[in-house]
Design a binder for this molecule. Structure first.
Ligand SMILES: Cc1cc2nc3c(=O)[nH]c(=O)nc-3n(C[C@H](O)[C@H](O)[C@H](O)COP(=O)(O)OP(=O)(O)OC[C@H]3O[C@@H](n4cnc5c(N)ncnc54)[C@H](O)[C@@H]3O)c2cc1C
Length: 447
């Protein structure tokens, strides 16, 4: 009898412990779910919920809430569990790793481009990356697929398709003109060299493309990339410096020069060749690989003195900039994030924004910038426009009241006022563009 009672007490205790654990587990899950709903609401409020490019879409009728996608995402906080199902939280930050797609045990995730509300403009191209302009090929993120390894793959393939369709030579200066030296343009240049083509690679900025201007060091590559004239690169987690150094070494070893700081301004199809006008020269080529990415060209203020070595459009190493008088121009997330980084290094930072208040900021930035302003770490100059930049000063006028002139001492200017999208450039070259409103790019065929 005694042993029966002991056994019964054991069972009851076991059940009690299990119930309490279950209670706390469910409470934790509910709490997490609530916080994820709040994140979604906040993202909607701040206008950053609608994805700008590739993003995951969850089929809720299939999802079992395993959270494998949440754990697999290298970017974090893009997808979360809400009421037991995966849900998009902050898809505007998705760069298209596709890790969620591969991790889902029940194939409930697809990767889409554009949404019903927000279309994404994509150039027309065939499966072989040729646009409607014969001989003009597109490679890399410009075509809609993000990621370094995809850009590298497409850069190589575009060159191969060009060679197959347009063999031989003509009077043009070179076989291929490659526009852009991000991962796609670099891979295209290496492939062209490997195949013995003559080519010129032009880059408006610095070799490395978007990777060079990442605000962070860490890079994730979910698959190895295969570089022509080098072989497989198995860097799953790397730094941008490591990757750019590798690209530079491979290009140098193969005597490939990239013409940096040379922007292509127009591309014209002539009867049997292309005429390309850049900021420095005019070229002719048999074919074109356009690998210009989707980030466009930074917009300029257009004020007197803007063309000056003290004016920058991106911040690469904030830790090296100290004790400077800096003006940051812009009121979006990039401007605010960079202004805060510069303030953290002990610089005197003014922030000029043409509107009277910030809008559409990420919630965290919105909160943080107010703290920096309250602590006088950043001095805001709302409703102002820069009119002149000189060696030691910047002059601003009131946006609504041009009589209101402010002059501040200044060593450096950082400008973040958006950019010209590549769409206009493509249209000028005769490439057809369509807006995609939510089309699956990566999906499970059997569905
Ligand atoms: C914040 C962030 C984080 C990311 N993290 C990762 C990651 O961890 N792993 C990953 O795989 N991918 C990541 N990506 C995506 C990856 O960077 C891009 O998919 C990739 O760089 C695209 O390569 P691309 O060569 O097509 O274009 P880009 O890298 O954008 O290069 C295009 C180049 O063309 C140049 N160009 C543009 N117009 C002209 C012109 N008219 N004349 C001359 N040159 C021109 C540009 O200056 C640029 O150098 C990230 C992206 C961002 C924004």
């Amino acid at each position: 009898m005694e042993s029966f009672l002991e056994e019964l007490a054991g069972y009851i205790l076991g059940i009690l412990i299990a119930s309490v654990s279950l209670f706390f587990y469910l409470r934790g899950k509910r709490k997490k779910s609530r916080s994820n709903i709040e994140k979604i609401e906040k993202a909607k409020e701040m206008g950053i919920y609608e994805p700008v490019s590739l993003h995951p879409v969850v089929n809720e009728s299939i999802c079992i809430g395993s959270a494998a996608c949440v754990m697999a995402c290298p970017e974090k906080d893009i997808i979360a569990i809400v009421h037991g199902k995966a849900s998009a939280v902050n898809t505007s930050r998705c760069v298209g790793h596709g890790a969620c797609f591969h991790a889902c045990p029940v194939q409930a995730i697809s990767l889409y481009i554009g949404t019903e509300k927000r279309g994404v403009e994509l150039p027309h191209m065939s499966e072989e990356f040729e646009t409607n302009v014969p001989g003009l090929y597109i490679a890399g993120e410009l075509g809609g697929m993000g990621l370094i390894k995809n850009a590298v793959e497409q850069g190589k393939q575009a060159v191969e398709y060009f060679m197959k369709k347009y063999p031989g030579k003509n009077k043009a200066q070179c076989d291929l003109l490659i526009i852009g030296a991000g991962p796609a343009g670099i891979a295209a240049s290496l492939k062209a060299k490997e195949k013995g083509l003559s080519f010129i690679t032009l880059e408006q900025d610095t070799l490395g493309g978007t990777v060079y201007s990442f605000p962070r060091q860490k890079l994730v590559m979910t698959n190895p990339m295969d570089l022509p004239l080098h072989g497989k690169v198995k860097l799953y987690e790397t730094s941008k410096d490591e990757l750019i150094t590798l690209w530079k070494e491979v290009l140098e070893k193969n005597q490939i020069t990239v013409n940096e700081l040379e922007k292509v301004e127009s591309v014209e199809r002539k009867p049997d060749h292309f005429e390309i006008k850049s900021s420095k020269a005019t070229y002719t080529s048999r074919g074109i690989i356009m690998a210009i990415g989707r980030r466009g060209t930074p917009r300029k203020i257009g004020c007197a003195g803007e063309v000056s070595p003290k004016v920058y459009y991106r911040l690469l190493e904030p830790e090296l900039i100290k004790n400077q008088k800096i003006l940051v121009v812009g009121g979006g997330d990039s401007a605010i994030e960079n202004a805060m980084m510069l303030a953290d290094e002990g610089n005197e930072v003014h922030l000029s924004y043409r509107s009277e208040a910030f809008s559409r900021l990420k919630p965290k930035n919105s909160e943080k910038i107010n703290q920096y302003i309250a602590a006088r770490k950043i001095i805001p100059l709302f409703s102002t426009t820069v009119t002149e930049i000189t060696e030691k000063k910047v002059t601003l006028k009131g946006t609504d009241n041009p009589e209101l002139i402010t002059e501040i001492e200044n060593d450096l200017v950082y400008v973040y006022i958006g950019g010209e999208l590549p769409t206009q450039f493509l249209e000028k070259a005769g490439i057809h563009i369509t807006k995609r409103f939510g089309e699956p790019i990566l999906f499970h065929k059997e569905k």
